[in-house]
Design a protein around this ligand. Structure first.
Ligand code: UT7
Length: 343
């Protein structure tokens, strides 16, 4: 038995905002953002777009691919996606920017939007490692039941609505987007999810945090907000953790898999900062070209960054049948981990 990726999709908002655009509103510069992060632009969702809207678009693109449609006509795409949607048994969405606080899950909203009426649906909260966690969760749930054959796994984020636009140290980092894959349980053991490692270090839970709104710090009636609910980050702490997390995860994955790093065709890291990837590549003595980087265009889209990259690579023909692909994620929690996939 194998759990294969049989379709990929992504959704990116239309509005592209460059570093120079940001510099007209915030005390920053293209030079600082590029040199400290590798980011040149990000896409920002409009006021009416929520997490499930991007997720449903990404899902439809992945579902349509399974039905053999990869064109641009949206009516054709929707028809193809609707057929495949009925075959989905499970939807798992990784997100830290859900449509609603607590309940309902964004996955339930997406189930309704795409017509996947036969699917169970739930969200996963593992921040930027969410997609890595989501793949393993879905693969596990497919494996344990003969009734479940297909799952839709997504990372979807509208981070720009949760960014503190008065904190130049964080707001310039984030972008919006969604990525999706369709998983299928097959008898073909030559491809599919080979191995996953998941880690967490809860001692760092305050390094990346949304402090308000939860049961630790709920709003009270009549309270006036000083500022909206925002993501706070200790950049230095997360940076140091991230370089170690990427290095340790890659080392552990190849060791446990009995694989030589030369056998890995591409590494798809969470796109948080190009400098994190460069530092890890140097420590691991892996050529930087092995890492797929698109942070320059999209900035940090948290749980969506890995599936967006996978879809981009897939549609560009960069993923060949039989290639070993390694994903590595890290982020709030603190969480980290990775997958090895035989494409
Ligand atoms: O996806 C979740 C995981 N998140 C991450 O992986 C993020 C990890 N952390 C980082 O990537 C880096 O720590 C940052 C990119 C967030 C910050 O880079 P840094 O090199 O650690 O900068 P810093 O925070 O130490 O700030 C250095 C200077 C400060 O000025 P002074 O005090 O030296 O005068 C900041 O005020 O840069 C200043 N600064 C900026 N200047 C212009 C901070 N943000 C900006 C900005 N534009 N946007």
């Amino acid at each position: 038995m194998a759990i294969e990726i049989i379709g990929t999709g992504k959704a990116i908002p239309q509005k592209r905002v460059t570093n120079d655009d940001l510099a007209t509103r915030i005390d920053t510069s293209d030079e600082w953002i590029r040199s400290h992060t590798g980011i040149a632009s990000r896409y920002i969702a409009d006021e009416n777009t929520a997490c499930s809207d991007l997720a449903a678009e990404a899902a439809k693109n992945a579902l349509a691919m399974v039905a053999g449609y990869t064109g641009q006509d949206s009516a054709e795409r929707d028809r193809a996606a609707a057929q495949t949607a009925l075959s989905i048994d499970l939807i798992v969405i990784a997100t830290v920017t859900a449509d609603y606080f607590g309940t309902p899950s964004t996955a339930c909203v997406v189930q309704h939007k795409i017509g996947a009426v036969n699917a169970a649906a739930m969200d996963i909260s593992a921040a930027c490692t969410g997609f890595v966690y989501g793949l393993e969760t879905a693969a596990g749930l497919l494996s344990v039941s003969s009734k479940r054959k297909r799952a839709l796994v997504l990372g979807s984020e509208i981070l720009t609505k949760m960014a503190d636009w008065n904190d130049r140290g964080t707001c310039v980092l984030f972008g919006d987007g969604a990525g999706a894959v369709v998983l299928e349980k097959t008898d073909n053991s030559k491809s599919g999810l080979l191995q996953t490692l998941l880690f967490a270090d809860g001692s760092g839970y305050e390094s990346l945090i949304e402090r308000r709104g939860g049961t630790r710090n709920p709003f009270k009636a009549g309270e006036t907000l000083e500022k909206s609910i925002v993501i706070e980050m200790n950049g230095q702490e997360v940076y140091n953790f991230a370089v170690k997390a990427v290095t340790d995860t890659i080392n552990a994955l190849i060791k446990e898999g009995g694989i030589n790093i030369d056998e890995i065709a591409r590494i798809v890291p969470h796109q948080a900062n190009a400098r994190i990837v460069q530092a890890a590549a140097k420590r691991l003595r892996i050529p930087l070209e092995k890492f797929y980087l698109n942070i320059e265009e999209y900035a940090n889209t948290s749980s969506a960054s890995i599936p967006i990259a996978l879809d981009e690579m897939n549609r560009k023909g960069l993923l060949k049948k039989g290639d070993l692909i390694l994903t590595v994620g890290f982020g709030g929690g603190l969480t980290y981990g990775g997958n090895i996939i035989i494409w």
